[in-house]
Ligand binder design. Sequence first.
Ligand code: NDP
Length: 296
Amino acid sequence: MTARLIDGKAAAATLRARVAGVVHRFLAATSRAPGLAVVLVGEDPASSVYVRAKGKATIEAGMQSFEHKLPADTSEADLLALVDQLNADPAVDGILVQLPLPAQIDANKVITRIDPDKDVDGFHPTNAGRLAIGLPGFVACTPLGCLKLLRAELGDLSGKSAVVIGRSNIVGKPMALLLLGDSATVTVAHSRTKDLASVVRQADIVVAAVGRPEMVKGDWLKPGAIVIDVGINRVDGPEPGKTRLVGDVEFASAAQVAGAITPVPGGVGPMTIACLIRNTLVSAARREGFVLENDL
Ligand code: NDP
């Protein structure tokens, strides 16, 4: 392996510790802790793991965690009523409704019902629009975490050529806008892109958010490229009956060519949760008029 390993776990621990330090001062100044409400509908095992991890990180940062676990057959009206209640609750600074939602609930309707100023996931159309036109708002946690890793690795992204593979509303599109905001030259690739390998080969920065195990190969990369692998894919492991996690990038071959690369697990995933905690603190600070001296 020639690439540097981008340690997302360590970067996330640093960000979380910084947030915890500011939470301490926020508490002293306002006599309350920032609060994050997480809503889980049903018992999807992966979603339950994420919700538990988010609750734990919230408490470790000195914030209040409000967990709402609703049965899988919850009606859309009942979930919307809970969102209304959380919107009105002054102790709640951030609201996150864990996706995916059961089929009887329209996820867009629920996301749009969240107060944009408590939408710490950054999925509300108002926040997507703010990002698109460069206004302050909440940015989706996964692409925000990727941006922080890239800035830490490269410093200035200005003039770098970046390829984002994937154009979802929660990863690919906001990622492309964030890179554009940092003055990278951005290409967004997707399932209709022709000759993806040669598109990727132009890039100084590659962000893979596809959901296809180990699709991006080492020989697609420009030597020295910085590779951020967002993918989380469960595949069969070497031992029968055991699965393992892999990214959207074939790590072994990519690490021979890239300048630096995130591992899966331990890369982007931990930064996503750290950014959620960060966004919740930013929300609380805005709502209380508490000045954050440094950009978190
Ligand atoms: P989506 O399924 O919403 O989007 C996938 C994107 O990849 C689409 O834009 C699709 O193109 C594109 N795509 C699919 N196949 C190809 C192909 N063969 N070549 C090029 N592009 C292709 O996924 P998400 O954005 O939600 O997630 C992407 C990955 O990131 C998943 O593995 C997910 O588990 C992971 N993830 C990880 C997070 C973390 O915290 N680490 C958080 C969120 C997601 P088209 O639009 O044309 O269909």
